[in-house]
Write a protein that binds this ligand. Sequence first.
Ligand SMILES: Nc1ncnc2c1ncn2[C@@H]1O[C@H](COP(=O)(O)OP(=O)(O)OP(=O)(O)O)[C@@H](O)[C@H]1O
Ligand SMILES: [Mg+2]
Length: 269
Amino acid sequence: MIAIATASQKGGVGKTTLCINLAYSLARRGWTTLLVDTDPQGGVGLSLARSTRTKQGFYDFLSGERDFNKLVLPTRLPELQILPTGQYDQCARRGWSAQEVPVRLADLLRAAELRGVDCVIMDTAAGLNGMSESVVKACDYVILPQQAEPLAVRSVPHMLETLSRFRTEGAGVKVAGILMTMVLGESQISQKVVAELRAMLPGDMMFDQVVPRMNSFLEASAMGVPVALLKKNPPPEALIFDQLAAELEQRAGLAQERESTESHASLLD
Ligand SMILES: Nc1ncnc2c1ncn2[C@@H]1O[C@H](COP(=O)(O)OP(=O)(O)OP(=O)(O)O)[C@@H](O)[C@H]1O
Ligand SMILES: [Mg+2]
C-alpha cells in the first residue's frame, strides 16, 4: 500500500480538487483507493456529499475511536472509499496529545492496509505545520500543487526546503512531484511560470501533466462530484486526472507492483 498526501503553504491552490479527482481516477484504474480528509474545514466531505458533514471520521479516529472500518464510507464506485473529516470540534474539545498523533496516523494507515486498500490519498489543510505536517510526515509521498503565478517561483524552493527538513527529522516522505494548477492556456504569465519552474527544478520534479483553470472544476466541486461525473460522457478535462494517475503510478512504484503479478490484457477471452 502507498500513502500519498497533498500539501501547500497557500490555501486555495487546488489540493481538494486534486485529491477528489485523482482518487476517482486511481479507483477507475483498478486501485482500491481511500480518500482521507484531514482538513478541519472538510472540503472533501462537502464536495462529495453534504451528509458526510454529520458523520464521524478522521478526527474521531485520531481522538480514540477504535473501529476504523465503521468510519469508512463506501461510494458507488466499489474501488473508492472515503474517510471524511468527522466531528473536528467535538474531538478538539476533548483534545489529543501531540505525541499520540503520529502513532494514531500509523494505526490508521495499518488499518487501511488491512482493509485491502492499495492507495491512500490524504487531503490536508493549507500550511505545512500542525496536523498537515504530521500527515505529510506519515505518508510515503507528497504531491505539491502550485498555482501558476509568479509567486510560485519563490515559494517552491521554500516548500522543498521544508520537506527536506521533515526528512532530517526522520520522516520518510518523498516528493512525488510538483503539479501546476490553474494554468491559463492563453496567458503568457501562466506559461512563463510553468517554463521557469521546469528550467529551475531537476528534470523529474514536475508532473508533465498540468491542471488548466477551467469552469468545469468549479462546477464539479459545486455539484459535489469529480469532474468525470459532471456528465454521462466525461468531458475531455476528466482525462487530465487519468493522465496524472498514470504518471503517479510510475513515480510511486504502484505500476511495478501490478506488472510483476500480471501479464498484458487481452481483448478476447
Ligand atoms: N483547475 C481549476 N480551474 C478552476 N477552478 C478551480 C480549479 N481547481 C480548483 N478550482 C476551484 O478553486 C477553489 C479552490 O480549490 P480547492 O478547494 O481545490 O483548493 P484547496 O487548495 O483545497 O483550498 P484550501 O487550501 O482552502 O483547502 C474551488 O472553488 C475550486 O472549485
Ligand atoms: Mg482543500
